[in-house]
Design a protein around this ligand. Structure first.
Ligand code: SF4
Length: 565
């Protein structure tokens, strides 16, 4: 039997917003693959299909499973909320197929079934904010570097797009939305209308109307989409509305319009158009290959309206860190000509926000006054210091010289580590040094492994005695030091509703061999983990690490199937 993969966008979540084609595809499938919460959302529509449900961030595993089953001849529905082709599973399914040499038309068949994306469902709840050019920007920097995201925000803000912010904030990703507001306020009026929609058309739906300057006063989280209006957007009572154009070419209180349809395209009625602003001698647009680069083009002659090219140049200049001078801004306001990128005089390159994890030591938990004062000085007015469960402080500060900043921190005895998807080594305080025998081993493990880049953050916990009061066994890898020997725990699931401790895979390993042993385990994880695969999943998949076998945890008794909220 020919296998098929239906990549189904099921919309916001309410059954009434599911398309007929999506419903038919679910019925025609023998297997449904999806994220736990999404499976629960479509559960009323299921008719006995086999369910493959996985956690968040396991999209690659879901796509691989779908391809494997479809190659065996199954009819598989891979479900995404919203639209499967907008931040959904469609691209990933194709990526997995392409990596296996699949061509369009080959077995298995693939059908991408569209759904209603969040920008549409949230817009309908707010009124009509997406009536003009709009863009979506995900603030999640898990798969996209923040520098790239920030450039997109900057460009969209400068070009006056209505902007839908997806994934604006999560429990651990909090500063992106703050930084986004800062960038937007450089380009938009503080009173720009903003709509904040949580769980559109689902249980717990919330709709908030606010302004750009006040948006952070409201609850924003994983289930929220934030819609930023453009310069023309307005509130009318509870409705957020964006006009269709920048200049009234239609009147709403008469039947006979000021401009007949054909006249709308006349140059005099479109003072901003390329045709209206092109040099008189040459109205035709040169072929793209002959279009002069911004640095070589002629400066536009004095005229009252800026061309689209001028706006684009200004946006590009901002992205490149070049900012127009005050004099130039004044000239713009007066309707004067602006220079090309090369002639913009002020180069006030902004300091980047730098982020590092610092701690007073592996076993030492006491921060000195000198260290605290230095952290406060470096953070200053615009930075921050955040305490984390990993016994570290996350320092965020603006700087143009990250190396010098790290040097200052290390000079006062602070241990500096990168943030993000790295190995973290968290030890107890060894009873304030009274049980110091294990400290050299903890420090050696820290020296070798802490800060190494991995697919997903890998936490190694180290307890200095069998009392285990610092909970090392709840980490990805746990070490319990006992009189020169070590008990080893592997594969803890540190977060999520089915979090569980690691498995005790060995007892009384000589402590001297443990740093080498851990290094081999971590290096194998670094080399062989799938994208975004957490260590406990990796251990489960490979089955054996350094001779230690994975054992499945006993299944929990399910008293209530509802989850994910
Ligand atoms: S785990 Fe043991 S050595 Fe470490 S702080 Fe607790 S009691 Fe002290």
């Amino acid at each position: 039997m020919t296998g098929t993969i239906y990549v189904v966008g099921f919309g916001p979540g309410h059954e009434e917003h599911l398309t007929g084609r999506a419903r038919n595809a679910l019925v025609a499938s023998d297997t449904i693959i999806g994220y736990n919460t999404y499976i629960d959302l479509i559960r009323p529509l299921l008719t006995g299909q086999e369910i493959v449900r996985t956690g968040m961030t396991e999209e690659v595993s879901r796509a691989q499973k779908a391809v494997q089953l479809a190659e065996e001849g199954h009819q598989v529905a891979v479900i995404s909320s919203g639209d499967a082709g907008v931040y959904g599973m469609a691209g990933l399914v194709y990526e997995v197929l392409v990596s296996r040499g699949w061509q369009s038309g080959d077995h298995p068949n693939v059908e991408v079934i569209p759904g209603i994306s969040a920008i549409q469902s949230c817009a309908s709840l707010l009124g009509a904010p997406v009536m003009h050019d709009a863009c979506t920007i995900s603030l999640s920097d898990h798969l996209t570097p923040w520098e790239v995201i920030a450039k997109r925000i900057e460009a969209a803000a400068a070009a006056d797009f209505v902007i839908a912010l997806y994934n604006p904030k999560s429990g651990r990703r909090t500063r992106q939305i703050v930084e986004t507001q800062r960038i937007l306020l450089e380009h938009r009026d503080p009173n720009t209308p903003v709509g904040i929609v949580k769980s559109a058309y689902r249980k717990g739906e919330q709709v908030v109307r606010t302004t750009l300057v006040d948006m952070l006063e409201h609850d924003i989280g994983m289930l929220t989409t934030v819609l930023i209006g453009n310069s023309q957007t307005f509130f009318h009572g509870p409705l957020m509305i964006t006009p269709r154009g920048y200049e009234r070419k239609y009147t709403l209180d008469t039947v006979t319009q000021r401009l007949r349809p054909g006249e709308r395209l006349h140059v005099e009625n479109e003072p901003w158009s390329l045709a209206a602003t092109a040099p008189k001698a040459s109205r035709s647009t040169p072929p793209i290959s002959e279009t002069p680069s911004p640095t070589h083009r002629q400066e536009p002659s004095n005229r009252s309206t800026l061309t689209a090219r001028d706006w684009a140049d200004a946006a590009l200049a901002r992205i490149a860190g070049l900012r127009p001078s005050t004099a130039e801004a004044t000239a713009r306001a007066a309707g004067g000509a602006i220079g090309s990128v090369a002639t913009i005089p002020a180069q006030t390159r902004q300091a980047a926000m730098f982020e590092v994890a610092v701690s007073p030591g592996v076993a030492n938990k006491r921060i000195t006054t000198e260290q605290l004062l230095l952290l406060a000085e470096i953070a200053g007015e615009t930075g921050s210091v955040e305490y984390t469960p990993a016994h570290q402080l996350i320092l965020r500060a603006r700087t143009l010289d990250a190396a010098a900043l790290v040097g200052r921190l290390e000079a006062v005895g602070l241990v500096v580590q990168p943030v993000g998807e790295v190995v973290r080594v968290k030890a107890c305080d060894f009873c304030d040094g009274d049980k110091a025998e294990g400290i050299p081993y903890a420090e050696e493990i820290h020296r070798r492994l802490a800060g190494l880049g991995v697919e997903k953050e890998l936490r190694i916990g180290f307890n200095g005695c069998a009392m285990s009061c610092y909970g090392a066994v709840h980490e990805d890898i746990g070490i319990v030091f006992r009189k020169g020997k070590v008990d080893l725990f592997l594969g803890g699931k540190t977060t999520g509703r089915n979090a569980m401790p690691a498995q005790r895979v060995a007892e009384a390993i000589p402590a001297e061999v443990v740093p080498d042993l851990l290094e081999r385990i971590v290096q194998r994880y670094r080399a062989e983990a799938f994208p975004n695969e957490r260590f406990h999943k990796f251990f489960q998949r490979v089955g054996v690490l350094e001779g230690y076998a994975h054992k499945d945890a006993p299944a929990a008794v399910v008293a209530d199937g509802v989850c994910g909220t």
